[in-house]
Ligand binder design. Sequence first.
Ligand code: CP
Ligand code: NVA
Length: 302
Amino acid sequence: MTAPRHFRTLEDLSADELNALLDRADELRATRGSHARPLEGKTVAIVLEKASTRTRLSFEVGVRELGGAPTTLIARDTQMGRGEPLGDTAHMLSGYVHGVVFRTFGHERVLELCATARIPVINGLSDTYHPCQLLADLQTVRAELGALHGVPVAWIGDGNNMAHSWILAAARTGLDLRLACPEAYAPDEAILARGRELGASITLTTDPVEAARGARVVTTDVWASMGQEEEQHARERAFAGFQVDAALMAEAADDAIFLHCLPAHRGEEVAAAVIDGPASRVWVEAENRLHAQKALLELLLS
Ligand code: CP
Ligand code: NVA
């Protein structure tokens, strides 16, 4: 039996594969409703240990549009929520379905599922990475700005799962990543080092203006991610000065776009005038989750 192919982080795709996947995502976007249905007869489980709107919907709709059947498990309502070992769950899932999208807390849980699963596992977000979101973000940047290589991208805020995924995206695409994070909330040093080892161009600063100056993409995320709710107040204090507002956008290039994986907190990490303003591409970005993940499902499952 050949080993299943997983999508744990962007490192699971070569630069050429990522580029081809983004081309295919554009094709699927253009031919929605008339393209082939390579998942006919296949079922994909979407297993959620954290809340989700977009990831759940985009995978449910995407699997259906490719001819397959999605089934979603809210983990706390299953035996997983009562402590059934992940390895046992992986054995069981492998006998029923053809692939699994898994959203969880510690990234080691993604790796643990992969260790036993005989079917492809897609990381639908862990505490450390959110690679599916980056597929959509890269598709959006390429469509809006015509390129990825050399494009200056400013990440403003928390050095979180999204920031880590941008680091690996920089390694795979050659985009020029500038991260502005409070010192205590910088990205994981090992992931930064890994990105640089893979050839990524990355600048790390504590000054949002330095990161945003001349950037063609400005992007951010919530200050307290899922699982960090009790840190909300401390984080609001630590991230004061890191809001993406009109003044910060004015530092960026004239044609700069604003991205946010959503959900967003207006008045915290982003001003309403920015996310609801002319530079914002958050709705096309959210829609691209569907097209990019359909391309991923085709690659891994058909
Ligand atoms: N961006 C994203 O993953 O959204 P959800 O948490 O709604 O799935
Ligand atoms: N960093 C956020 C992303 C949500 C899509 C979180 O992990 O909650």
